[in-house]
Design a protein around this ligand. Sequence first.
Ligand code: C2O
Ligand code: CU
Length: 547
Amino acid sequence: AKIHHHRWEVKYQFRSPDCFRKLSITINGQTPGPTIYAQQGDTVVVELKNSLLTENVAIHWHGIRQIGTPWSDGTEGVTQCPILPGDTFMYKFVVDRAGTYIYHAHYGMQRSAGLYGMIIVSVPDSFVEPFSYDYDRSILLNDWWHKSTYEQAADLNSIPFVWVGEPQSLLINGRGKFNCSMAGTDQVCNTTNPQCSPYVLTVVPGKTYRLRIASISSLSAFNFELEGHNMTIVEADGNYVEPFVVKNLNIYSGETYSVLVKANQDPSRNYWAALNVVSRKPATPTGVGIINYYPNHPKKPPPSAPPTGPLWNDTAYRVKQSLAIKARKGYAIPPPPTSDRVITLLNTQNKIDNHTRWAVNNISFTLPDTPYLVALKEGLHHAFNQSPAPDTYNNSDGYDIYDIPKNPNASYSNSIYRIEFNSTVDVVLQNANTMNPNNSETHPWHLHGHDFWVLGYGTGRFDPVKDRVKYNLVDPIMKNTVPLHPYGWTALRFRADNPGTWMFHCHIESHFFMGMGVVFEEGVERVGRLPTSIMGCGETKRFVRRP
Ligand code: C2O
Ligand code: CU
């Protein structure tokens, strides 16, 4: 196994990914940041220098389980103190499984400012994948705003609440196109800036491409389509899936897929790659890239209009794709047949002291000043609320998930779930109506440190008697991120076999910022000696001697 050493410098720089100049966060001058390539079993070392001048930072390696290195998970407030301006922090972890992953900032809302990239882990030399292709390409999808993330954060926290709104642009591999005639005269927007020339995927007629597609969107659920081409889905979040063909792919923030695409269309022209918003009423133009059939000119525009995707509010269409994904025969690990504990998490939008917040089981999550990992390992009992977070919601008067909350109040808390090591846990995510009538959103939930089995999806209120017997225990896919569909429920199961403290949260940046998350602790007593580099904040100051 190899060691891959990277030196990254994180700073603010002006960039124009959609032709509109915005202060963005770059890694070594790039946004998206450099792709990390490694082979299964290799060690990745990233020496991260924070050159943001006035802002802390932390980076999470999304989909990497951090087995034996929970302190490298990059979750500020959970597994480490933030990296201060001017400081350098070393992340070191083993990529123990091949697949397609992402990395991104996990401090404040910095992800939205451009701090993200991809991790591609190839299979061991001796291993033959259950499908073949000629070329391997990656496509990172994102949504993009022109307001700074500071302004967005201040808006979300203000009374009255100011929503971030729909994105200005959709980016494919960090490239989009804003209509510069809509930019103010005091703003810099230039459609001929090479930074915003569309992404071009050049294909050789007859060849098969493995496209590794990831979404790091801050808000949007996406539908991605390659005009005139079907896609065969073969991998999801680093796990092989039973191949299935789609015309377009619904992908939620934090998810990754590999699809196989054959360049089998009329080679005399180019085609669109089209990115559309679904689940929220779109107010953003279709994001476009070009599939360039060699030897046509890469800039030759396709003769047709870009695909507009399925109806944005066709939830049934998206649930159908979720249900169609099954683990690949011969490669799947079956789930334990039963679980030791069931945690039901009701997702609601709430008002606390006139602040709009999100809550699970009526608790709106706040991060402590002392990272949980250090607090638990070192016995700092005052660092966070020691009462356990609730395993279910109050349903004594029959919570109506189809109506706005009768009592929109909730509480702030940094309490957590302590889980018995090596036990099996079921989580049932339950969606509900927001504070607006007839509205329920899609929430992509992401679990750090684990993959989970996706046992089922359903519509309406989860019925523990009728719905549990319908769980798929035969060929459920394993994932690290899963959608909770509007007015629906999603059931998952995981083994609490990775000592550490792990976030489980909605991957929508502003929802997490407004409290939509929980923390699981398991086997923290088995965690090895913590590096002092993760300390220095809150009650952990005592462990660090600063010059
Ligand atoms: Cu990709 Cu905690 O997130
Ligand atoms: Cu959400």
